[in-house]
Design a protein around this ligand. Structure first.
Ligand SMILES: Nc1ncnc2c1ncn2[C@@H]1O[C@H](COP(=O)(O)OP(=O)(O)OP(=O)(O)O)[C@@H](O)[C@H]1O
Ligand SMILES: [Mg+2]
Length: 404
């Protein structure tokens, strides 16, 4: 299996860069998920790797060899599309065998490979059928089979499961994952489905407007999103955010939330000095509208550059907000009114309207007593707070340790 390197790749359509200086390396045997909003350039990037699309500048390197000018058939890369692209007039067997025969392989070895692949994908009993006689899931299996049978250097998947119903998607997802674990084939997998990306990938690349935003393991992009875009894109429901500023020169007797749980300050490094942030006074976050203000544990903001304090965005994931006090490490935040409760069975999504009009969502265990229109107090888990620069959107805590 091959390593794929993309170096400063650019693709323009009508003068507009839809893939804009993307550099990333997919290691041999790695499964990389490529995600981003519709139109951000995912399919274009796959097509550039496979050779179906030329590249305007930069390079595509497969196993150390630049292939910019190599035609698709000589790159030895298999692509699996959303729409299966099977030959409708051929049997499943012939669909699998076609590429091998075209390569000049003899009948015996072709037969052996096709049957071996059919066993691998559990499609042996479908070999005599035509694509028109197959379900969507079966067609997708054949499309994957047609890619596998070639034993290519790498697989490029472009939303292969998005035509399938929810249940079949889950089954195919685990089947593909199992297959990958067996074959350890270098794979780039475009998906709109976050669960697919999070569960299948060794690493996830997030793209927006043709620009790579972050490339990291699923857990790292979730816990350490590089910027506001990634924070909003990865995770469902999205991270809750609030624009505002942090001041450090106030006395700690603010009228709200003076009861900050002492243990929430555990990560204070107690530094004192010079930068005005460690002078013993608790920093205070105030929303841009001024409607929301609360104290932050001393020490929490030590890593934030001074210049970002007047204009930043606070972020917290729905599962990191609690509706009851009592646990260590919680910061009293705000009271809010429950607007809507979505009961998902194992958890509830509680939609809240904050005082400044912002809508937040809290993930909480289902509760019989919670009602719409009820007032609740929110407590934020201090360790899970994010701060983003208000101007650039960059996460100001990216260097925080992984156990955050
Ligand atoms: N041949 C083309 N000519 C002109 N513009 C194109 C061409 N192919 C793609 N584009 C444009 O390039 C941008 C990126 O398209 P691409 O298909 O790569 O997006 P995508 O991320 O795969 O989106 P989706 O998630 O909807 O499949 C889009 O704005 C699209 O309209
Ligand atoms: Mg696409």
């Amino acid at each position: 299996m091959a390593q794929i390197q993309i170096k400063n790749a650019v693709k323009k359509f009508n003068g507009l860069a839809v893939v804009n200086d993307v550099s990333l390396t997919v290691e041999s045997g790695e499964f990389l998920a490529l995600v981003g909003p519709s139109g951000c350039g995912k399919s274009t990037l796959l097509r550039m790797i496979s050779g179906l699309e030329t590249i305007d500048s930069g390079s595509i390197i497969i196993d150390g060899v630049e292939v910019n000018k190599t035609p698709p058939k000589d790159r030895d890369i298999a692509m699996v599309f959303q729409n299966y692209a099977l030959y409708p007039h051929m049997s499943v067997y012939d669909n699998l065998a076609f590429g091998l025969k075209m390569k000049g392989m003899k009948k015996g070895p072709v037969d052996e490979l096709v049957r071996k692949t059919a066993v691998l994908l559990d499609i042996t009993d479908l070999l005599d059928r035509k694509p028109g006689q197959l379900s969507g899931g079966q067609k997708q299996r054949i499309a994957v089979g047609r890619a596998i049978v070639r034993n290519p250097k790498a697989f490029l998947f472009d939303e292969p499961l998005s035509n399938l119903d929810a249940k079949l998607r889950v089954r195919m997802r685990t089947d593909l994952l199992r297959l990958h674990k067996m074959q350890k084939a270098t794979s780039i997998y475009v998906t709109h489905d976050q669960i697919e990306a999070m569960t299948m990938a060794d690493r996830i690349a997030i793209i927006n407007f043709g620009v790579l935003q972050q490339l990291d393991t699923p857990i790292m992009v979730y816990t350490h999103p590089a910027n506001l875009f990634v924070a909003g894109f990865i995770g469902s429901p999205s991270m809750n955010v609030l624009h505002g500023s942090v001041t450090t020169n106030v006395t700690a007797n603010a009228n709200v939330n003076a009861t900050t749980n002492p243990s929430a300050t555990a990560n204070s490094n107690g530094n004192g000095n010079g930068n005005g942030k460690g002078n013993g006074q608790k920093p205070r976050f105030t929303s841009t509208s001024g409607a929301i203000g609360f104290e932050l544990p001393a020490g929490l903001i030590d890593q934030i550059p001074e210049a970002s304090l007047p204009n930043l965005v606070l972020g917290i994931r729905p599962e990191d907000i609690h509706l009851t006090a009592g646990e260590d490490g919680l910061i009293p935040f705000e009271t809010a009114t429950i607007e809507l409760i979505e009961n998902m069975g194992d958890i509830s999504l509680i939609h809240l309207s904050l005082e400044n009009g912002a809508d937040w969502i809290v993930k909480a265990p289902p509760s019989e007593t919670m009602r719409e229109d009820q007032e609740v107090t929110l407590y934020l888990r201090a360790r899970k707070l994010h701060f983003f620069d208000g101007e650039t959107g960059n996460n100001l805590f990216v260097n925080r340790s992984a156990e955050m």
